[in-house]
Design a protein around this ligand. Sequence first.
Ligand code: ATP
Ligand code: MG
Length: 360
Amino acid sequence: PIAVSRKHSIATMGADGIGPEVINAGVQVLKKLAELDGSFTLDFKNYDWSSETYRKTGKYIPDGGLEELQKHDAILFGAVGAPDVPDHISLWGLRLAICQPFQQYANVRPTKIFRGTQSPLRNAAHSDLDWVIVRENSEGEYAGQGGRSHRGQPWETATEVSIFSRHGVERIMRFAFQMAQKRPRKFLTVVTKSNAQRNGMVLWDEVAVDVAKDFPDVKWDKMLVDAMTCRMVLDPKSLDTIVATNLHADILSDLAAALAGSIGIAPTSNLDPTRKNPSMFEPIHGSAFDITGKGVANPVGTFWTAVEMLKWLSEEEAAKRMMDAVETVTERGVMTKDLGGTAGTQEVTDAVCAELEKAF
Ligand code: ATP
Ligand code: MG
């Protein structure tokens, strides 16, 4: 046997709803892939932190939990959120409680239409859209700043303050230009709302102009976020790499996922580009309690998430093999209901494992 030179330690965390179901599917495929490949190993350690933990202990992450996570090379995350816990508590309790201290300031969301699946965009010429949305993931509208006064009174007010630091905007802009530079079209669209928001958004515009000077080979343009939604639907081919604030990119990437056919197929990478901390990889969909426990959750979003994780761990070849296997399976029509198929989570998972067997 070939000596294993590369070992990757992965923390898994399914968390809530369909999260554990899709993570289980992802781990099955990753284990099969590593076993067949033989040139690297993946060690998994599961953390069962969830809204159930919160109900029992009053917190999502136990004491010392972050230090534990810090030891891993990457985190594979499912979804957090439960019907009886307010969303802002679950989101800040687990997901953001990892993203923020680990400085995962770049959130990357690729979009493509898988072979065999259909976009709601009816024009066939649109059917191969290929975008990467780069979302600022550490500040902006989700900085958690603000407050409420006169609670419960008719004259109650609340402020939700967006924070944009030159440092924060510059590092995400630079990351986005680098991302655009690596892609064949070398084209970036910077999204803001600088007509109505005249402080932070104007800073974004200015920083874009500055950073662009260091990337003379990257073409770029800018768009207001409202006009951007129209462009994504009406002229999707005119786009490639997109950078936007925390809030704007959150919304645009849900639109992107829907245009690609289902929210069940798209991945997200929460990256610390300095690599001082582990990065976190998750499907973009939520905990989907309406289908939890039924065995029908689409695992493709998690498979693609795992592919993105492998790329981050420099396992490019394995990543490509896995992506090909997934696309061969969708092309054959083995899909869950959200994509118009009839297969269950395990059937899709088995089909991908079987494709991998053939590929080696
Ligand atoms: P959250 O607040 O966590 O984002 P949500 O309820 O707003 O949760 P999702 O959980 O993403 O959003 O679910 C939105 C819809 O998409 C639901 O009807 C759900 O069943 C469907 N859905 C989400 N993920 C999947 C999946 N992996 N497979 C099939 N359907 C899915
Ligand atoms: Mg949602």
